[in-house]
Design a protein around this ligand. Structure first.
Ligand SMILES: [Zn+2]
Length: 156
């Protein structure tokens, strides 16, 4: 495993649409491992492949309940709304208020190429929406209500 460099706002790779993963190769699995390691190192709860410069439809999420790998993910159902603070590893030190669905059901493939469905509420629903937006070149700032504000991270 290796840490990858997290691309930040201004890098054009963050504005592009990612390509579907046709085959889960050792290289894809290595990328997944690297993305998880990079996310944990940065104390993030999610990371999308374009954030490490790879235009492929893959995200990793861990809201504290263990790692989730989503290959070619798709949101298939949403309901309700939640409004709260959101940040992004590609815009360090900032956060802003974003309204998202409070419930999300998504479909994706795991590391074995098996399709699965995942349901999430609150933070998990927010993380799924946020990360999947990255795969289409979108970032949360497009949805922010009001101004971004500075965040001070606690060193844990
Ligand atoms: Zn992000």
């Amino acid at each position: 495993m290796a840490l990858r460099q997290i691309r930040t706002v201004g890098d054009p790779v963050l504005t592009k649409t990612c390509k579907e993963i046709k085959e889960i190769t050792p290289k894809i699995l290595e990328l997944a491992d690297d993305m998880l390691e990079t996310m944990y190192e940065a104390n993030g709860v999610g990371l999308a492949a374009p954030q490490v410069g790879i235009l492929k439809r893959m995200v990793v999420i861990d809201i504290g309940d263990g790692p989730i790998l989503m290959i070619n993910p798709e949101i298939i159902e949403t309901s309700g709304t939640q409004t709260g603070d959101e940040g992004c590893l590609s815009l360090p030190g900032k956060a802003g208020t974003v309204t998202r669905p409070n419930y999300v059901k998504a479909r994706a493939f795991n590391e074995d190429g098996d399709e699965y469905e995942i349901e999430g509420t609150e933070l998990l629903a927010r993380a799924i929406c946020h990360e999947l937006d990255h795969l289409d070149g979108h970032m949360y700032m497009e949805k922010v209500e009001g101004e971004l504000h500075d965040v001070v991270y606690e060193e844990g």
